[in-house]
Design a protein around this ligand. Structure first.
Ligand code: FES
Length: 282
């Protein structure tokens, strides 16, 4: 291979690595602009193709191709070879020729390594304590799904109403079931919760502690809430303790109070995280 051909091959390999760098730059731009899966995939393919082309060209055109054999008595270089070597040495070519390739390869590797970090960034922010809280706040009125405040007198005896925090109708983690127990004296309060169920109005999270289904069925005769997914059953009179089925934890109770206008309000958030118990297992 002549020197000219060698230089051309070297530039071609470096161009391949350069394409990788450009593709990675484009990928970073698209990603930071909000991302577009197809375009990102295309740019990643171009990046890998560029680095593959560079390596193949380098290996095929610039590395010694074997097998090579030479008789011992021909060991001395020819005159033109010596002249070429000297000329190369004087301008530093022999010793630095591969610098371009090595730098281009280094840039390509760094660019590919950089874009490989994007999936980590895409994991999003840490959830922090967000799983431990719902929109319920002290003083919030209970509202129905259409945002109407719930008046205690409107809750049917022995019936069940799905309620949400005021201003958060439809909230997935804030949804709760409100039950009006006919005989409040039968409620067995947990310590410190004597005033959480005024006049027998008692509310629990609607999110099942087994796998998160909505607990939407109520049997007034037995005072039991039923989850339709796997039939977990919770005792309303006993802090929504599970009495049947796979759920292992009680439904968190929403502390309530009755305001002077007859509306039900929360005394605060649920005391425990809502939903499947494995979220808050120590
Ligand atoms: S999700 Fe409620 S019992 Fe399984």
């Amino acid at each position: 291979m002549t020197e000219r051909e060698e230089r051309r091959a070297e530039r071609a390999a470096a161009a391949g690595f350069g394409v990788t760098v450009l593709a990675c730059g484009g990928l970073a731009y698209v990603y930071l602009q909000g991302g577009q899966a197809q375009l990102e995939g295309l740019l990643l393919a171009v990046a890998f193709a560029g680095v593959a082309y560079g390596f193949v060209t380098w290996g095929q055109k610039l590395m010694p191709q074997g097998p090579v054999s030479e008789d011992r008595h021909h060991l001395p270089s020819t005159e033109p070879e010596r002249e070429r070597f000297e000329a190369d040495l004087e301008r530093g070519g022999v010793l630095t020729r591969r610098r371009l390739l090595v730098r281009a390869l280094g840039a390509a590797v760094v660019a590919l390594g950089g874009v490989a970090l994007f999936p980590i960034r895409s994991l999003g922010p840490r959830p922090g304590t967000s799983l431990a809280h719902t929109p319920w706040r002290r003083g919030m009125r209970l509202v129905t799904e259409d945002g109407r405040p719930v008046r205690a007198a409107d809750v049917p005896r022995g019936g069940l109403v799905t309620v949400f925090p005021e201003g958060h109708a439809g909230s997935a983690d804030g949804q709760a079931v409100l039950v009006r127990v006919e005989d409040p004296g039968r409620i067995r309060h947990r310590p410190g919760r004597d005033d959480w169920s005024p006049h027998g109005y008692i509310a629990y999270s609607k999110v099942c502690t087994h796998a998160g289904c909505p607990v939407g069925l109520y049997q007034a005769e037995t005072h039991q809430l039923l989850c339709p997914c796997h039939q977990s059953t919770f005792d309303v009179l006993d802090g929504a303790r599970p009495v049947f089925g796979p759920a292992a934890a009680a439904l968190p109770q929403l502390p309530l109070r009755l305001d002077p206008d007859g509306y039900l309000r929360a005394r605060g958030d649920f005391p425990e995280p809502v939903g499947p118990a494995y979220w808050h297992r120590a």
